[in-house]
Structure formats: C-alpha cells, structure tokens
Design a protein around this ligand. Sequence first.
Ligand code: HEM
Length: 188
Amino acid sequence: MSSTVIDGIDYGPLAGLVGQWQGDKGMDIAPDPDMPKEENPYYETIVYEAVGDATNANRQVLAVLFYRQVVSRKSDRKVFHDQCGYWTWDKATGEVTHSLTIPRAMCVLAGGKAATSGSATTLEVQAKLGDADWGVVQQPFLRDNASTKAFRIALTVDGNTLKYREITTLDIYGKTFAHSDENELTRV
Ligand code: HEM
C-alpha cells in the first residue's frame, strides 16, 4: 500500500479514504408508517478530508478525518439524507472511532477496529443506546417516537473502490426496525 502519511501525520487505516467519492448503487431500507418498509435506491457523494491530529490529556494522539455525505433519491433526484462527522484512529491502540450527526437532531459515537486483507482495509464500528463508551444521543421526540437503539457500520476501502453497509436499529411504529443503507462508491 502507498504511504499512509499525509502532511506529516500517519492516518493509518483511514488514509485510503481521503478524497471525493461518488456512487449510484445505493439502497436504503427505511421505516414507513403505512408499509412494512420503504426501499429507496440512491446515489451519493462522500468527501473525506484529512484534518490533522487531536491530542487528548497530553497523551492520546488521534489522526482525524472529517467527512460529509450527501445522499439523493433516484426517483426524484432530491437530497434525502445529509450527514457529517469524523473518523479517528489511535495509532497506539488501533482504536477507530466514527462520530456522526444527522439533521433529525441526533448523534452517534461508534467505536471499533480496522482490519486489512490484501490491499483492502475494513473499518467496523458500533454503538448502542445507553452504552457507556459508544453511544447514541437523540432529541426527546426521537427518543419517544423513533428511538435509535443501535448503530453499526462496516466500510471497506480498496484502492479506488469504497463499499459500506450500515444498520441503524430503530424502535418505531411499535416495532423494532433494521434501517439499513449500503452503497459502492468510486473515487473521483
Ligand atoms: C444513506 C444513509 C441514510 C439514508 C438514505 C436514510 C434515509 C431515511 C429515510 C428515507 C427514512 C424514513 C423517513 C423519511 O422519509 O424521512 C429514515 C428514517 C430514519 N433514519 Fe435514516 N437514513 C440514512 C442513515 C441514517 C443513519 C446513519 C441514522 C442514525 C444513526 C438514521 C436515523 C434515522 C431515524 C432515527 C429515522 C426515523 C425517523 C422517521 O422515520 O420518521 N438514518 N432514514
């Protein structure tokens, strides 16, 4: 693999993400009040930016990427999901974190690890509502009507191909619903 150092900072397993990506093979499975589920084919752009390092308590040094993800429905070409956050990597422990926020007024901080297989790097992180380490914060209306109980994502980057699958476990319309999103993107 090419160097993982950018402007003097080692981004380790995050380095391969840096850049702009586009993909039009997205599939969103979302809750719907009138049907068992809603299926939304989508296309999207994700931009990952190397933003430097963050030092905590003078000891922990995290390499940090910022990202913005903008997702449009194929049926009407309108943006229906907008997300941003950070991925971090701690070289000393190998720990990877993924923080995200979405316009419904909720945030997730997920944690996990990276693994490599040949030229591919996979990042896998998860969070659960109420977990002391990797949790979910949501506004009261969501808590009471569309509560996120868990979130997990597996993202694999291999050269100019990026694939992810994420599952957000929701408590909505009186049942537990696996809200899922997956796509394959190419570096542009
Ligand atoms: C590609 C990514 C995603 C897409 C395209 C997407 C799309 C959708 C859609 C279409 C709905 C149904 C309600 C509506 O039409 O607005 C929905 C509901 C919801 N999504 Fe997502 N979503 C994505 C990722 C996420 C993530 C990462 C989270 C949180 C970790 C999340 C949290 C929720 C919640 C809490 C609801 C329930 C609100 C409701 O249905 O009224 N979504 N999403």
